[in-house]
Design a protein around this ligand. Sequence first.
Ligand SMILES: [Zn+2]
Length: 459
Amino acid sequence: MPFGQPAVIRSRRAVLPDGERPADVLLRGGRIEQVAAHGSLAVGDSELVDLGDTALLPGLVDTHVHVNEPGRTEWEGFATATRAAAAGGVTTIIDMPLNSVPPTTTVAGLEVKRKTAEGQAWVDLGFWGGAIPGNVADLEPLHRAGVFGFKSFLAPSGVDEFPHVEAADLEAALAEQARIGALAIIHAEDPAVLAAAPQQPGVHYRDFLASRPAGAETAAVARLLDTARRTGARVHILHVSSAAVLPLLRQAREDGVTVTAETCPHYLTLAAEQVPDGDTAFKCCPPIRDEANRDALWEALANGEFTAVVSDHSPSTPDLKLLPEFGGSGDFAAAWGGIASLQLGLPAVWTEARRRGHTLADVVRWMSAGPAGLVGLTGTKGAIAAGCDADLVAFDPDGEFAVHAGELHHRNPVTPYAGRTLSGAVRTTWLRGRAVDTGAEPFGRRLVRPADSRSTGAS
Ligand SMILES: [Zn+2]
């Protein structure tokens, strides 16, 4: 439908903030003007899109995406990442501050990224900043420039230009973020625990798993929570892979620490027992753990202990993944650690969620409303509600498809979901009321953190 023209989208399965029901949704000027009973809105001069039994969801908000442009555009880029996002029902992404060169650790670095993204974004796009050793003075200017918060690593990040923080750097970064009211987002693995773990290179996944034990996550989270308690900073634990960290978070919340956490589709849908030898498409840090741990993550998700389920889309070229099918060694220790899944997060999570008795409303809470709240976008993104941007997805919950990595919009044909059959097909994605056509011109906008934003989260 043309931009700005009023339209009604009708679905017998609209996923609204209070649950799924039949509804008419009136769009005008890129926003949702009204949500009304199914069949009740007079169409008049508006266009009517009747989805029948196809579900209508708010567009997903993926707050954990590594776009990698500029600097490592051959790994992914704004055009490819945002096309994949739109095709996967994701209408907002927040780009991580690293793997691109320059990293987003200064305002100058942020400006380079914004300029590079200009005219290339098929979905709305915001940026995280980075807190690294020595850039405390850059945090407030970046915060004012509109980044959504600051990422730090407690263990080496995998790229030299984004060093991890030691205890003193972390203390300084969190104290400054508490002062300016920023959200600290943390990759929590402890370098000393990792260094003490057995390091056995090769094609066996169990050896890689032993090199990144759950104890690295719990030690790092414990240290982070101590620092958060002392400084008063708001902290968010990225990509929780081990369910063993959850009791620490519960305790910290009881003690008054503002801490939220996210997990990712791969930790919820894949398991160590299934990873074939040499299939480094499955390598990420922290790693995919065993089935019992996966069940514990689902239990925590069901209990509201995770604010968000987000992709941590972090691709690289097939040669850096050392994939045997591309002539690589399949050595898990040496391969790039990162999973490509931006286009597949919704069907991957839905396939497993449905099997476990969850609803579309649950998935929307985890993948749209939750992450929108994390970054202060509640009221704009993440809900089918009057006043929100008309970011919508027509989603067929029963549509099955087989994943072929080369057919995805991701720049590189590598994903651990290759060969799987997933349930849940995205039929149309609307961004601010306009259907996204990945073959036409992009119209994604740059997002900045709302000035008075406070993240929501821990329930
Ligand atoms: Zn990441």
